[in-house]
Every structure is written in C-alpha cells, then in structure tokens.
Design a protein around this ligand. Structure first.
Ligand SMILES: Cc1ncc(COP(=O)(O)O)c(C=O)c1O
Length: 409
C-alpha cells in the first residue's frame, strides 16, 4: 500500500511507482485533517477506543503500534519489496527480534565476515541461551552442506560484508539453505534496498541497521526487518510488542525523512567512493583495496548481477601493519575518526580496534592493517586530498621496507 486512502494520497496503483517515488510517498498520505504533506510525529502513548477492544483507528498503545512508525514501516517494506516491515530501536534490536525464532539447541550458520556487534549478540547472548553457531565461508555456498547439522535452522549473511566488503551470492545461498530446510536472513545495511533487494533473490528476511544509510544523517539509532513470510511476520509483531524494543515516534520521523533522499545519496556516495578507490590504487602505502566495484574484486561479477551499484563503503589494507592503519585513521581532517557509517559525513575507522574488536580471537577477527571508509557527501576532491595526505602520513609514521611497498608510484 502506498499511502492509505487513495483520495488522500493520490496513489491508486502503488505497483506502478519507482523506488524514489515510493521513498517519498509510500505509507505517507497527506494528513486528512490539515493536508500536511509530511507525516506528523504522533506522540500519543494511548489511543481512544469506541468500545472495549474496539480502537477507533486501529491503534491501542504506543509500544504496540504508532501512526508515525506505521508510515515508516510501510515505506521501507515497500522499498524492500516486502509485504511486512517492522521498526526497532536499533539494528541489534532488529537482529535480536529475528534471532528469537531460534530455540535452545538450534544452530545458526553465519558468514565468516560480519559486523562485530552481530557476532557478539549471536555468540554471547544467544550462545549463552543455548543457541549454537558456526562461521562458514559463504563465498562457497556449498560449504553450507558440510556445516549443516539436523539442528541448523538459519543462515545469517551480510553482502557486502562489514568490514571486508566480501560479496556473497545471495541467490545461491538461499537455494542451498532452502534445499536443506533452513531460512536465510540478509543484513542489507551496506547495500540498502536502493542497490539490492534480497527478498527478490530468495531471502526470507532482511535486516537493517537503520542507523546507517536509511537514516543517513548520524542523528538516529534504529533497526528494521522486512519479510514476506507470514509466520516470521507474526513472530515480529509479537516480539515488537512483547519485548518492546521499538523506536520513538521522533526516531521514526527522522528515519522516514532520511529515507526520502536515499537514492540520491547512494548515487553520490558511490561516485565519490569510486574516485577514492583510484586514490588508494595509486598510493604506494596501500597493500590492497577492497571494493566490489573493482573489476578484480573476487565478488565483482556477483555484485553486478545482484546489485544495481557498488555502494559507498571502501576498505583497504596497508603496508606497515597496525601502526600504519592507526596512523592513517588518525591523520584525516575531512574524514572523521569515528564508528558507524552510511551518513552524509565521511568517517574513517580501524575495525580491528573499533567496530570489530568484539570479534577478536574468533573466526570473524579482522586484519589489523585494515582501514574502513564510509564515504560521505562532501566535495569529492576534498575527500581525495584528505585521504592522500593521510596515506602520505602513514609512510612517515610506519615506514615499511621498500620491497613491501606498492610499486605503482
Ligand atoms: C552491518 C551491520 N549490521 C547491524 C549493525 C547494528 O546496528 P545498530 O548499531 O543500529 O544497533 C551494524 C552496526 O554498525 C552494522 O554495521
């Protein structure tokens, strides 16, 4: 549904509209009382009932349902091509809600590269509650067959992954998993529905850290789950209400506002990312550049098939090890050294010591010479100059032996 009453929304055939139109209008009818074109922030925690058990407009209590949250859920579900969408108070709350379908003794298989906080949730919270897990190299989907046990219920994957930008063939993983009797969850945070729609590739559920590209402005923490599976949807309705990790109406408003510009932002993130890949390629401190848009990236062909672009995240490894990586991450002026990603401002970080520290010592540990960039919307030449200067600094503070250095320059 694009926007409720077609008289009010002006949309009678939602299927006929493109991504950007749905981002701006889906779930967002003009306000029937005032004609306001922006969805109001509905702060009420409780809603009038006409008779016992007969809420006047379908809403009862703010944890259970809220009009601003409803608009946001309808909109992002529409962008993911899903029939059901659920907003949560953070990306990890969204992951937690999905993982709660698992029972003690069940096993989960996850890709061997993923956000460290997701790994911590699976390992330390669900692990302590008796849910088993194992990491699998999902770039070879048949490896799922070797790892599969009678207790395996779910495969959890990111593509592109955080932080190594590995691309997983979602269709192939779904085919093997479904044949073995499991379900597939895809964390679509890096790609966003603008570039990749996992449900159309066979996934059973999509999860987002809405804190990132969906919100897009580093001012709201949120999470989202989209699915076409009615049983999973029932579980998520129940969990939203029973556990209560729901976003505030203001957070829903902010995220919905961010989503309206998702398409144009992603185009610009990607254009600048491509330009920075060239800067990295040309610098002799750089050992390797991890970006799915590079023709020599091992997942490039899969990315071309299952994505409509390559996104705004770039990682790279340096000669000079951790000292060089920390030096680059601390030497920029336009890029801010900070955790998180996907917003208007460019961020740089050292995953091994920051976002992925909780994966240290596990199969998901990341190399310590790795730096991750979230390419923002600043002037592209400022970003290129800033990165080049920081890379030069790495040569000063962590000189590698000449034979180790990239011969390109
Ligand atoms: C890929 C991915 N999934 C999930 C999360 C968790 O989201 P949040 O920080 O909104 O809880 C993050 C956070 O960085 C992430 O990068």
């Amino acid at each position: 549904m694009l926007g409720g009453d077609p008289q009010v929304s002006g949309f009678e055939d939602p299927g006929a509209f493109g991504f950007e139109t749905r981002a701006i209008r889906a779930g967002q009818p003009h306000d029937p009382y005032t004609g306001a074109v922006v969805t109001p922030i509905s702060l009420a925690t409780t809603f009038a009932q006409d008779a016992v058990g007969r809420p006047r407009h379908g809403y009862e209590y703010g944890r259970t349902g809220n009009p601003t949250r409803h608009a946001y859920q309808v909109c992002v579900a529409s962008l993911e091509g899903a029939r059901h969408g659920f907003a949560f108070a953070s990306g990890l709350a969204a992951c937690d809600a999905l993982l709660r379908v698992l029972r003690p003794g069940d096993c989960l298989l996850l890709g061997d590269d993923a956000y460290g906080g997701t790994f911590r949730l699976i390992d330390s919270v669900f692990g302590n509650a008796g849910v088993e897990h194992a990491a699998v190299d999902l770039t070879a989907p048949d490896k799922l067959r070797d790892a599969w046990t009678p207790s395996t219920r779910m495969v959890w994957l990111e593509s592109p992954t955080n932080p190594l930008l590995t691309v997983v063939d979602i269709e192939a993983v779904c085919a093997v998993t479904h044949e073995l009797g499991g379900i597939v969850v895809v964390d679509n945070t890096f790609a966003t529905p603008y570039l990749q729609q996992p449900l159309a590739l066979g996934a059973d559920a999509v999860v987002h850290s809405a804190t990132k590209y969906l919100g897009g402005h580093s001012d709201v923490v949120g999470g989202f789950v989209a699915t076409d599976d009615d049983r999973l949807a029932d579980h998520l309705v129940f969990t939203q209400n029973a556990v209560g990790a729901v976003p505030s109406p203001f957070d829903c408003y902010l995220t919905l506002r961010g989503v309206k510009t998702l398409g144009v932002r992603m185009d610009r993130h990607e254009a600048s990312a491509q330009a920075l890949v060239e800067v990295l390629d040309a610098h002799r401190a750089v050992r390797s550049v991890l970006y799915p848009g590079r023709p020599d990236h091992p997942g490039h062909d899969i990315a071309r098939r299952q994505m409509s672009g390559f996104g705004g995240m770039v990682s790279f490894r340096l000669y000079g090890g951790r000292a060089a990586a920390e030096c680059v991450a601390s030497s920029t002026r336009v890029f801010t050294l900070a955790e998180s990603l996907g917003a208007v401002e460019s961020l740089i970080e050292h995953p091994g010591a920051m976002t992925h520290a909780s994966a240290a010592g596990s199969a998901l540990e990341v190399p310590d010479d790795l730096v991750r960039l979230s390419v923002g919307l600043e002037t592209a030449s400022d970003l290129a100059d800033d990165l080049g200067t920081a890379l030069d600094a790495a040569l000063e503070c962590a000189p590698a032996s000449p034979s180790e250095l990239n011969p390109v320059s």
